[in-house]
Design a protein around this ligand. Structure first.
Ligand SMILES: CC(C)(COP(=O)(O)OP(=O)(O)OC[C@H]1O[C@@H](n2cnc3c(N)ncnc32)[C@H](O)[C@@H]1OP(=O)(O)O)[C@@H](O)C(=O)NCCC(=O)NCCS
Length: 299
């Protein structure tokens, strides 16, 4: 489908994906191999000579009501072709494909604080997407910037408490988490640790045990040179006492052993205590304080 004479917009399939790998994040490139199998979809923009200009890449998803939807995972236009409406064209073509596939909505989540964040927000606003909503706070700090934080200090561990590496939990301790959750759910679904442990950084991913029972954890991943604190949780009974700080402190203390000096904490805003802590106590010591935001459009 051609929207103007200079730019050609076309759906990609796995056979025509060549040349677009650098137009998305490395972690998403595998999706290009899945184009055409119903799980992933993409629209490419090319110039009249057939050279790649831009790419929109998404995956099939479920809408809130269980209806079929799509998640736009990345949209990119090469720098020398920006501000000519290419992204708007590629987004319109992507949306058309989703509509033809019978999907009820498209949605996207993106990170603020990037040089082109205003462009992304203008793009969605212009295309009739919902105003952006904050989803996560994203705090980045270095060992240096965090050193002066008042919560970075030695907390004595009570007699009945132990901090262990997440990977050193025994099968019995792991089963204890699963069983207690099935008797009475105490872990929010999005912080259920077993959904996040794959590939976790071994030295800094920790669990807190009280009287032998696991009551909290921080599960972290190495993302390039940064340690991402992916999933941190403390039992409700201990949350108010700031026990999560025991884990953060110990984990930060171990970062040099893991060869890391920068941490990134992602804090969902639907966990209000955690978000309040991040805003009040982490932001002043952060080297970056960004957000992920979400937007959507019904089709
Ligand atoms: C975001 C991006 C795809 C926009 O591509 P583009 O082809 O320049 O966008 P368009 O020309 O279609 O412009 C779309 C809207 O954004 C606005 N815009 C574009 N660049 C802008 C900028 N730097 N600052 C403010 N607004 C900008 C345009 O004015 C236009 O709005 P308008 O129609 O109301 O004038 C491009 O900047 C990019 O590839 N950025 C890097 C990747 C990225 O951040 N992707 C998003 C997260 S996955």
């Amino acid at each position: 489908m051609s929207l103007n004479s200079n730019v050609l917009y076309r759906p990609l399939d796995a056979d025509s994906r060549w040349g677009y790998g650098s137009f998305t994040f490395p972690a998403l490139r595998h999706l290009l191999r899945r184009l055409g199998d119903g799980g992933a979809m993409a629209v490419a923009a090319d110039d009249a000579a057939g050279s790649p200009l831009g790419l929109a890449l998404g995956v099939a998803a479920n809408g809130d009501g269980g209806q079929s939807a799509a998640e736009l995972m990345s949209i990119y236009v090469r720098p020398e072709s920006r501000r000519q409406g290419v992204a708007a064209g590629v987004l319109a073509a992507f949306t058309d494909i989703c509509r033809q596939q019978g999907r009820a909505e498209v949605r996207a989540t993106y990170m603020t604080g990037q040089p082109t964040t205003p462009a992304v927000e203008a793009l969605f606003a212009r295309a009739g997407w919902t105003p952006p909503e904050t989803r996560m706070l994203v705090v980045q700090a270095t060992l240096e910037s965090i050193r002066a934080a008042p919560w970075m200090r030695d907390y004595p561990l009570a007699e009945n408490m132990r901090i262990v590496r997440w990977l050193d939990l025994t099968e019995v301790e792991r089963a204890g988490i699963v069983d207690s959750q099935s008797v009475q759910a105490w872990i929010p679904e999005d912080l259920y640790p077993f959904n996040h442990e794959a590939g976790c950084e071994p030295t800094t991913s920790l669990a807190l045990k009280v009287d032998g029972k696991v009551v909290g954890w921080t599960i972290n991943h190495r993302v390039g040179h940064v340690l991402r604190y992916t999933c941190s949780f403390m039992h409700r009974r201990l949350q108010r006492l700031g026990r999560i700080l025991l884990l953060y402190n110990e984990s930060v203390a171990r970062m040099p052993q893991a060869g890391l000096d920068t941490g990134m904490w992602t804090v969902p805003i639907w966990h209000p205590n955690m978000a309040a802590f991040a805003r009040r106590w982490m932001a002043p010591y952060a080297t970056r304080f960004d957000e992920t935001r979400g937007s959507r459009r019904s089709l």
